[in-house]
Design a protein around this ligand. Structure first.
Ligand SMILES: Cc1ncc(COP(=O)(O)O)c(C=O)c1O
Length: 399
């Protein structure tokens, strides 16, 4: 029912299911494999840098589009990755997490009625983001592989069909949450061709860029020929430095687009936390060895949880990047993903995210749930013990 004091926009989306599952995990004393935040400490040198910044008096607003030290650090790191200079004065906006960088970017570039192409399943924020910015999402399916050791894929014709006269942008997320897909250079080349052909922007969320497995390579679409001037690259500290609560992210875009993003950002939040931006500058200066260790730690966690899920009866798709495992729950015989997730959190004490929260049509995710594995070994082992209580209902075996 509509309410006089609730806007049409706010009425069109629900609360975040992911964050709701965290609240349910707390209520039921469950292991939280729902929300993607680490339960281990952030690197000590970054924590110390934040402490120092506060002690040294960095406690007032930073420049609205970001402290110079952090923008310079982003410019150096992103410049290396893109193989081209990124101007910290005109091309970078620091925001309150990549979450704000995404919504500020969409509000800055979209008009009512514009269409935005989105691969689904998608990180659930993109749905409300599109509604808030007045755009119309056009979804393109990422399909799971028949063999769960294979890769998720999209159909080229479907992607081509989603681009049209009203297309203003495509939202990409690689490495991908929730599927763990890492888009290949060829796939991004096709996206590039379509963006050029339809004069569209690529808005790319790359917050898992350093969390890669099995020799996969992260490709930034902004590095492909002709894409610098039509890409907004979004990134942040949350996942790479295990500081999801700090709320520091950024958008890199051509100067005219950056001008628009900076205006929207300023009036949304004024700025990201000033001392944590100083710590961000220290974090981005960490040696390459830090990123190698990060990926190594995550591949070990993935390889710890994956066999547990398979032994428990899930069809578990191998992620090639990010820190989630998408699973198929068909063999458990539950009515849908939500009733299954409810059973897991209440009766077994393990919180997961129902697959439907990653799809525009909830029915598409009704046989899937997502596990996050950015957790300590002890947490994953305790989840494994609890999951032994699950009983697959394979044909002929009652229960
Ligand atoms: C794809 C993706 N983008 C953005 C975010 C949020 O990032 P931040 O903490 O920088 O706002 C998440 C968090 O899970 C995510 O999975």
């Amino acid at each position: 029912m509509t309410h006089r004091f609730v806007s049409d926009k706010a009425a069109r989306f629900t609360e975040s299911v992911i964050r709701e599952m965290t609240r349910q995990a707390m209520e039921h004393g469950a292991i939280n494999l729902a929300q993607g935040f680490p339960d281990f400490e952030a690197p000590d040198e970054i924590v110390q840098a934040a402490r120092r910044a506060i002690a040294e008096g960095v406690n007032q607003y930073a420049i609205t589009w970001g402290a110079k030290s952090l923008r310079d650090a982003i410019s150096r790191k992103a410049g290396r990755a893109l193989g081209a200079a990124v101007d910290p004065e005109t091309e970078i906006t620091v925001c309150c997490g990549s979450t704000e960088a995404m919504i500020a970017s969409l509000l800055a570039v979209l008009n009512a009625g514009d269409e935005v192409v989105v691969f689904e399943p998608y990180y659930e924020n993109y749905g409300p983001d599109a509604i808030l910015s007045g755009a119309r999402p056009r979804f393109v399916k990422l399909r799971p592989p028949a063999d769960p050791d294979g890769d998720w894929a999209f159909d080229e014709r479907e992607l081509r069909g989603a681009f049209g006269a009203r297309t203003k942008a495509i939202i990409l997320n690689t490495p991908n949450n929730p599927t763990g897909k890492v888009f290949t250079r060829d796939e991004l080349g096709l996206v590039r061709d379509l963006c050029v052909e339809h004069d569209a922007l690529a808005i790319t969320d790359e917050i898992y860029e350093h969390i890669l497995y099995d020799g996969r390579e992260h490709v930034s679409i902004a590095a492909l020929p002709g894409m610098r001037e039509r890409t907004i690259t979004i990134n942040g500290m949350s996942k790479t430095y295990s500081v999801t609560g700090w709320r520091v992210g950024w958008a890199i875009a051509p100067p005219a687009v950056t001008d628009a993003i900076r205006k929207v950002h300023d009036f949304l939040t004024v700025g990201a936390p000033a001392p944590l931006q100083e710590a961000g500058a220290a974090a981005l200066a960490l040696p390459q060895e830090y990123y190698r260790r990060l990926a190594k730690g995550y591949v070990a966690r993935r390889d710890r949880l994956l066999p547990v899920l398979r032994a428990a009866g899930f069809k578990a798709y191998v992620p090639r990047g990010a820190y989630y495992i998408m699973t198929d729950i068909d063999d458990f015989g539950f009515e849908d993903d939500v009733s299954f997730a409810r059973h897991l959190v209440r009766d077994l004490g393990v919180a997961v995210v129902p697959g439907s929260s990653f799809y525009s049509d909830p029915a598409d995710g009704s046989r899937q749930v997502r596990f996050a594995f950015c957790k300590r070994d002890a947490t994953l082992d305790e989840a494994a013990t609890r999951l032994r209580g699950l009983r697959p209902r394979t044909p002929g075996i009652p229960g």
